[in-house]
Design a protein around this ligand. Sequence first.
Ligand code: FES
Length: 106
Amino acid sequence: MSEDGWRAICQGSDLKEGGMLPFEVGQFQIALYKVNGEIFATDNVCTHGMALLTDGFLDDDVVECPLHGGRFNIKTGQALCEPVDCDVKVYEIRQIDSRIEVLLGE
Ligand code: FES
């Protein structure tokens, strides 16, 4: 990881509009999403159980967990419906040239 906590994880062209991709970076499991040309990042593990959000469904800015249907806003991480009651962590991202970087820690 770079000293300032930014970590390159993919090329912008890897992500398709309306799509999502999983990345494992050290101990972090990250989900990247592309919605309306903007890229967002959250933890990929559901806060309700052991499921990867990228195995679920993305509908605009809401991702639905494949296991019990919990939904999260990918921009804010907010848990939107039962059974999830704990928000998912969101990460800051930046694009440098074609490279997507995620801020994993200071
Ligand atoms: S594991 Fe995601 S809603 Fe239960």
